[in-house]
Design a protein around this ligand. Structure first.
Ligand code: 7TS
Length: 405
């Protein structure tokens, strides 16, 4: 059970006002807020042991290195990776995807096929298109239905073949909230010998994924959606795949020996961690995960579903409101429009009333094209939100509708 009153005390930002109104923060799918426990970890790092890692013999460097490597282990345990060195620190989901896409440049040839889903964030489309341009590989798309569910029959029957080398799919769609059947996607891809990258950016705030049970080849996550800082994230990769991929960036940290004749690379995970990393970011990412685990992901999921059901019912009572993304399996994300009112106009009025929602195409233009709309208003909930806040949003929407219709 979630004690939301107590939890809200951990988030200083939730006390602030916006345009003279108490903040109602419903843009959690873009970035979650940060609890005091994580802010304290960041302050502690810069106040007490800020130093570069893996290279100094002095005390601060040792301390920072130990905390950074402990953070890797916390993240390893959270996602149940077999080995700590299968966790590569990145600057976020986008970085992780680009790292893998770049690595596959040397493993693909003309005519090989890559499959993506129809409901991807741009960061899980564009790097693969660039990979296709470099290699001559062909991009194929798993279509979806009007509920926002993937047409798995088409995937199994028409798309997968022995030409398929890679499959990419998000675990949860950022624009629709759909939870995709990733185990089925992964198992079928493995039958034809293809590798699978799952984009966990939107799943990580709601679902604790077990990378071994799901048999993932790659999983990518951003810290800033799970109570951690921006500019930080991880790529999980199976050891055998990470060993097969060439390094992404060259520089310090990622080498074993350097000479002008020949350079050899460091072992995992350092092979993919060139340069001074976001040390504090990695430590704070683990602190965010610890914070969420202390509440418990089962409790988080069941409370957020309560919010989702409540908000869905309240919103559908508004005349002319249409929800996009009505899959059976959803996280607490609701994308909607009211009549033909432009989502941006609704978002602007909501902002004046203290309610933060996201408007636009949510970096998922193909989804908007599919529904033939310019964008949506998206309200996304977290475990620190309340039904009272949903009531505030609904009242604000009624006002916006009255003004704009
Ligand atoms: N993949 C998905 C499914 C996402 O939702 C996002 C960010 C990314 C990748 C990229 O993550 P980044 O941390 O590297 O930027 N999604 C959103 C969003 O829905 N609104 O703002 C950012």
């Amino acid at each position: 059970m979630i004690n939301v009153t107590n939890i809200r005390k951990d988030f200083p930002i939730l006390n602030r006002e916006v345009n003279g109104k108490p903040l109602v923060y419903f843009d959690n799918a873009a970035t979650s807020q940060t609890p005091q426990q994580v802010i304290d970890v960041i302050v502690d790092y810069y106040s007490n042991y800020n130093a570069n890692i893996h290279r100094g013999v002095h005390a601060l460097s040792q301390e920072a290195t130990d905390k950074y490597e402990q953070a890797r282990q916390t993240i390893q345990k959270h996602f149940n990776a077999a080995k700590a060195h299968e966790i590569i620190f990145t600057s976020g989901t986008t970085h992780g995807i680009n790292l893998v896409a770049n690595g596959f440049s040397s493993l693909l040839k003309k005519g090989d096929e890559i499959i993506v889903s129809a409901m991807e964030h741009h960061s899980n489309i564009v790097p693969w298109q660039m990979l296709c341009e470099r290699t001559g590989a062909i991009l194929k798309v798993i279509p979806m239905n009007l509920e926002g569910e993937l047409l798995m029959d088409v995937y199994h029957t028409n798309l997968l073949s022995d030409k398929t080398k890679l499959v990419f799919c998000n675990h949860v769609s950022n624009a629709l909230g759909t939870v995709n059947p990733i185990k089925e996607i992964i198992d079928a891809a493995h039958k034809v010998g293809a590798a699978v990258l799952i984009d966990g950016a939107q799943a990580a705030p709601h679902i604790k994924a077990d990378v071994q049970a799901l048999d993932m080849d790659f999983y990518v996550v951003s810290a800033h959606k799970i109570c951690g800082p921006t500019g930080e994230g991880i790529l999980y990769g199976k050891e055998e795949w990470l060993n097969k991929l060439p390094p992404y960036q060259g520089g310090g940290e990622m080498i074993a020996e350097v000479s002008f004749e020949k350079t050899t690379y460091a072992a995992l995970p350092h092979k993919f961690e060139a340069g001074t990393p976001n040390i504090c970011g990695g430590i704070a990412m683990a602190a965010g995960i610890d914070y969420m685990n202390a509440i418990g992901f089962d409790a988080i999921a069941s409370y957020e579903h309560e919010l989702l059901d409540y908000a869905t019912e309240q919103l559908l009572a508004i005349e002319g409101l249409k929800i996009y993304g009505t899959a059976k399996e959803k996280t607490a994300v609701i994308s909607f429009n009211i009549g033909v009112i432009h989502p941006y106009d609704i978002g602007s009025i909501l902002d004046k009333l203290g309610v933060a929602v996201r408007t636009g195409h949510h970096c998922a233009q193909p989804i908007m094209d599919f529904f033939k709309i310019p964008g949506t208003v998206r309200a996304s909930f977290s475990f620190y939100n309340t039904k009272e806040e949903i009531d505030v949003m609904v009242a604000a929407l009624m006002r916006a509708k009255g003004m704009l219709e």
